[in-house]
Design a protein around this ligand. Structure first.
Ligand code: HEM
Length: 88
């Protein structure tokens, strides 16, 4: 049930950096936020700042209290890998 499906490398994450193909990582998990984009209360441009990268710090700086795990439970892709080659 909404478990982590696989490991996503930072390299693969980086490829999903478009408005219509948007992934980001928060606290070790990778989410596909493409569908969430238009619903983000802070706007698309703000959310786009974290796309394709480990957005943990950015997210925490802006709103560490937001319950993203609940909001994005259907959007989880997997776990963020440490090595650049992992899951590439
Ligand atoms: C609000 C930025 C990711 C959920 C906001 C606001 C900013 C922002 C600036 C304030 C908007 C305002 O008050 O006018 C960002 C950035 C992100 C990011 C730079 C990149 C990582 C996310 C994610 C989620 C999320 C991943 C959840 C899935 C929300 C919610 C609010 C909000 C619920 C409203 C919070 C409130 O009013 O207390 N965001 N956001 N954001 N964002 Fe994000």
């Amino acid at each position: 049930v909404n478990g982590v499906r696989r490991t996503v490398s930072k390299k693969e994450l980086a490829r999903h950096n478009k408005r219509n193909d948007a992934w980001l990582a928060i606290r070790g998990k990778v989410y596909n936020v493409t569908r969430y984009m238009e619903f983000h209360p802070g706007g698309e441009e703000e959310l786009m700042r974290g796309v394709g990268i480990d957005a943990t710090k950015l997210f925490n700086d802006v709103h560490a209290w937001v319950n993203y795990e609940s909001l994005l439970q259907k959007c989880i892709v997997g776990s963020l890998g440490e090595a650049d080659t992992e899951g590439a």
